[in-house]
Design a protein. Structure first.
Length: 73
């Protein structure tokens, strides 16, 4: 399983658009992944976001549900 099995190119969304999407559909319906560093995540993140720093993403893909859309930021 590779990186592109989880991520497909899409248009960019603003934080407000993501929050509206999550409010409508629920955070449990997507893989919401914060790819920043731990200090940045601790400083604030979207509700339900999972921290997977970008450098670790390739090794941690198994943690994501392949059947759900994935939103990263």
């Amino acid at each position: 399983m590779g990186l592109f099995d989880f991520f497909k190119p899409v248009s960019a969304w603003t934080a407000e658009e993501v929050l509206a999407f999550l409010k409508e559909r629920g955070a449990d319906t997507v893989n919401l992944v914060d790819v920043r560093q731990p200090g940045e995540y601790e400083g604030g993140h979207l509700p339900g976001a999972r921290l997977i720093p970008i450098a670790e993403l390739g090794d941690r893909l198994h943690e994501l549900d392949r059947n759900k859309p994935t939103i990263t930021y």
